[in-house]
Design a protein around this ligand. Structure first.
Ligand SMILES: C[S@@+](CC[C@H](N)C(=O)[O-])C[C@H]1O[C@@H](n2cnc3c(N)ncnc32)[C@H](O)[C@@H]1O
Length: 300
């Protein structure tokens, strides 16, 4: 076998430099070019994402080096998000099948799931939870895996996203507790009630969408855009969620940068902004009772 001049560590560092020099946008499943290069290189070598091996001690054959180069070149030339190139994404410590039928999982809600919603909801009192706007199902399935007693419904308007969610349900062996339900917001969920509803709806404004990096064009626009202030989907959720929450139930919604507009559109809504280890991520929580009280005021 012929060996390349580089070991794996050098190949990853060179790939990271190439990604940076090409101005590739890294934000879907990593936040820096080095992690992105590592993910792609390990995939090119058929190694697991969490491979614990010694990178600098791993000699590369010329064939292996060529495989890494080809994948990096494709990432640069086509600008496809790495998760779509390799067909999977890590979320809340789990690996999900990932393709262009749904957004690449990247919600900060992963941190809440991994910490058992500590301080926000008593996980031991949850029987049924809903992941509304579930995409490929990462949030709801991760909730079911981390909370083995919970029954979890996944709902989305996109049949393509739901098909991917079904694949992920089977991948994680949670089909006895997790259902994927076609639903335009709550329309397909009549008669169901939950202690916890979690949602990462679309929340990008039309203006922001027009200016997004090329990588986002591979994701379904239905999962990103939500009106002129990014809050149309959230407004629908807020208007109806209390009808689907049990007494004492909690709604958690991610709205990212739309939190700024939120304060103007819903000035009196008593939401709590959830702090994350990296700071404010535009995720709020509100109880069923606060939603009902606010609805009584008739104000959006
Ligand atoms: C931001 S993506 C989130 C996907 C997934 N929850 C995640 O965190 O990766 C928003 C999702 O909302 C879905 N969606 C958009 N409009 C919807 C609607 N009216 N009813 C239900 N789902 C909707 C899209 O199909 C998309 O999968």
């Amino acid at each position: 076998m012929k060996y390349a001049a580089m070991n794996l560590l050098s190949a990853i560092r060179r790939a990271a430099s190439q990604l940076r020099a090409a101005g590739v946008f890294v934000a879907h499943n990593a936040d820096n070019a080095l992690d992105e290069a590592r993910t792609l290189a390990l995939h090119a070598l058929d190694l697991p994402a969490n491979w614990p091996g010694n990178l600098s001690g791993a000699a590369l054959s010329i064939v292996e080096q060529d495989r890494i180069d080809a994948l990096i070149e494709r990432r640069i030339r086509e600008r496809i998000p790495a998760a779509y190139l390799i067909g999977r994404a890590e979320f809340a410590g789990l690996s999900f099948a990932c393709d262009a039928r749904a957004l690449v999982p990247r919600s900060p809600i992963a941190e809440l799931i991994e910490t058992g919603f500590d301080g926000w909801c008593d996980a031991s009192r949850v029987e049924r939870a809903l992941d509304l706007c579930c995409g490929g199902g990462s949030i709801g399935i991760a909730m079911a895996v981390h909370q083995p007693r919970w029954q979890v419904d996944l709902a989305d308007i996109s049949p393509q996203a739901l098909a991917l969610a079904q694949t992920n349900i089977e991948r994680h062996g949670v089909g006895d507790r997790v259902r994927a339900i076609p639903s335009d917001m709550f329309n397909g969920l009549k008669g169901n009630h939950y202690e916890l509803i979690v949602s990462n709806p679309p929340y990008v404004t039309e203006a922001e969408f027009a200016a997004l990096a090329p990588e986002y064009s591979f994701e379904p626009a239905l999962g990103l855009v939500s009106g002129s202030d990014g809050l149309d989907a959230t407004a629908r959720i807020l208007a109806e969620a209390s009808d689907y929450l049990r007494p004492g139930g909690l709604l958690i919604v991610e709205i990212g940068e739309a939190w700024r507009a939120f304060k103007g559109r819903f000035p009196d809504l008593p939401v709590a902004w959830i702090p994350f280890s990296v700071g404010h991520m535009g995720v709020f929580a509100i109880t069923r009772e606060a939603l009902i009280a606010h609805r009584g005021t008739g104000r959006e």
